[in-house]
Ligand binder design. Structure first.
Ligand code: SAH
Length: 216
């Protein structure tokens, strides 16, 4: 077995022991996606530490434990259509793509062209075909592919973007880190036309750019 595979197994075991991974679906997805393929050359040796890492343009790939928390909270299932805001490296989208399976689809919006390209190339390297990376402002959602069963935002927003909630199916759920420095991971559940929000705890993310001048 290659060293990177051993390191990956060790990280997954650690995330399980700490309670971040609870579903078999997520465990399988994390074991199947090589995180080192989503990380710039000079940082590859840190791929299996539970840390965020720089990916250029002032942006970061989130820590594996944070991604695990988000994947579990979304209650992902096969065949779902999911919207991601902030593709970055493409790693988080790759995991979600595995969890929704070949009959599911992930659309990911990224505002920085170079990172949109980076994500597309990384996803291709690991053979993920059910993620479409679109360049643009994710706070507007992606009307041409709406409605979505799930959405999640991988950068901190001043509030839950209303367009994302509007583009959610009834019975759907979304996740947004809300707040500027220390954010609160906010779960949004839409049920019979009503929207309920639940605070899942503190987190730190790079800012979402472009919503009411936030993060600029
Ligand atoms: N999910 C990524 C983490 C990305 S970091 C991963 O797994 O690597 C957050 C990303 O959000 C950055 O790439 C940043 O450019 C992007 N971003 C910030 N504001 C945005 C907006 N309004 N629309 C789309 N992407 C945005």
């Amino acid at each position: 077995m290659k060293q990177s595979e051993l390191d990956r197994e060790r990280l997954v075991k650690q995330l399980k022991n700490r309670g971040y991974i609870s579903s078999q679906m997520l465990e399988k997805a994390m074991l199947s996606i090589p995180r080192e393929k989503f990380i710039p050359e000079n940082l590859k040796s840190f791929a299996y530490l539970d840390n965020p890492l720089e990916i250029g343009e002032g942006q970061t790939i989130s820590a594996p434990s944070m991604i695990a928390i988000m994947c579990e909270a979304l209650n992902l299932k096969p065949k779902l259509k999911v919207l991601e805001v902030g593709a970055g490296s493409g790693y988080h989208a790759a995991l979600v793509a595995r969890m929704v399976g070949d009959e599911g689809q992930v659309y990911s919006i990224e505002r920085i062209a170079r990172l949109a390209d980076f994500a597309r190339k990384n996803l291709e390297k690991v053979g993920i075909k059910n993620v479409t990376v679109v360049e643009g402002d994710g706070s507007l959602g992606l009307l041409q592919h709406a409605p979505f069963d799930r959405f999640y935002v991988t950068c901190a927003a001043p509030k839950v973007p209303s367009h994302l909630v509007e583009q959610l199916v009834d019975g759907g759920r979304g996740l947004v880190p809300v707040g500027k420095y220390l954010s609160e991971l906010t779960l949004v559940i839409k049920k019979r036309g009503k929207v309920v929000q639940k605070n899942l705890g503190g987190c730190v993310f790079v800012p979402l750019i472009g919503m009411d001048g936030f993060g600029e």
